[in-house]
Design a protein around this ligand. Sequence first.
Ligand SMILES: Nc1ncnc2c1ncn2[C@@H]1O[C@H](COP(=O)(O)OP(=O)(O)OP(=O)(O)O)[C@@H](O)[C@H]1O
Length: 488
Amino acid sequence: MKHEALFERFSKRLKAQVGQDVYASWFGRLKLHSISKSVVRLTVPTTFLKSWINNRYLDQITTILQAEDPDILKVEILVRSASRSARPVASEDRPLIAEAAPSAAAPMSFPRGSAARETGKVASFPMSLGTRPAAAGPLFGSPLDSRFTFDSYIEGPSNRVALAAAKTIAEAGAGAVRFNPLFIHSGVGLGKTHLLQAIANSAVSSARAPRVVYLTAEYFMWRFATAIRDNDALTLKDSLRNIDLLIIDDMQFLQGKMIQNEFCHLLNTLLDSAKQVVVAGDRAPWELESLDPRVRSRLQGGVAIEMESPDYEMRFEMLKRRLEIAQQDDPSLDISVEILSHVARSVASSGRDLEGAFNQLVFRKSFEPSLSLERVDELLVHLVGTGEAKRVRIEDIQRIVARHYNVSRQELVSNRRTRVVVKPRQIAMYLAKTLTPRSFPEIGRRFGGRDHTTVLHAVRKIEDLITGDTKLCHEVELLKRLINENNA
Ligand SMILES: Nc1ncnc2c1ncn2[C@@H]1O[C@H](COP(=O)(O)OP(=O)(O)OP(=O)(O)O)[C@@H](O)[C@H]1O
């Protein structure tokens, strides 16, 4: 408690010193991890933020904390999520001129944090500026990951529409704008970055050579903040205005009023001049509540496509494809179809978990040549159990809530608006949002084809009620227990 109070005072002072806007951009997601002896550990969700704060604000942060408690000698910034820590760093050391992309023959799987991965995500393109000579140069950024192509992207029911839209855009000539802006959203590790980079890789290598920029929202923030600091924002804006295809990844991380204003201008300029924009985020544009309403509204004006988790066949194909690529480097590598199939069945959560599972297998294979299925289970225990078998289903939520409130499941998804049905329906929607990774529109569809705003309203309402109504809070907790027991 004492530590939390200290952190709260520190946050207030920091906000007062740097201003609301800068604070929201860089420190809104800063959390206290621990204070032990004289060391304060703070966490942020991404490597980029860690690097930015370490480079620019560490001294200021240390001074403020020492003013609060003179025993504090050191402050450390850590990345709090393992999956995010694999993100590449958009550091100031990053060359602003694009470099040659890594070899296409490189294996598709690579250890987290490897140099290849580090340069893979935050990237833009060598831009061949139409008929202009190469010396006209790239705008900014570093290479794309050449392994993220359409060829290495496995198609299936969960991503078919998104893939088709992506290919159409990659193939369209400059000016031939489709679905603008295209917004692709999904849970983590389901292939958004891969797809976005495949669009970029394909577009830049086409004969038309459009001017393409791919960057994460965080890189955009960093690049703009740096340009503003260096009084160079006009040059940056000018160069961005002249591109044909803008691809922005991880939109949910775009923060800060000033930066969002800049992004909004850029978006308006590109869309109004019929330039294609592709954006990806971890949820639909209308659910990105931290976004400036004007940005949200422009993004909503295009086409939003959700990607779901890959099914068994897709997962199996992904593993097979990874093995083929890895075998190009090491022809002696042999993993049986039985093992691949077993892994595809047990690791059902995301492409990223499959990638982790595959890397683990390759690593183990080098000193345990004959892996049994039991041994595979042991090795992948941390990834197994997040799969389909364990996933909470909306149908189960509806069934359990309906039984608890003595209404039928049909009534829950019907149009009836009587109080006896409305409250259980809203609770079921709330539970669907909190216990499953489903989006608002998806939940709306599963509740009799309701609009996503109805679900949003229900979730907010129950959230509000729970804070003041202990009885309801207990009811909801009981329902959560029942649902989890049903799923155990
Ligand atoms: N359909 C697919 N075919 C081949 N590989 C895939 C597919 N979907 C995901 N992957 C692989 O899974 C890993 C994670 O994918 P990616 O980074 O694109 O996910 P993401 O949705 O951008 O995740 P995040 O939300 O964390 O940014 C990558 O190695 C990617 O190549």
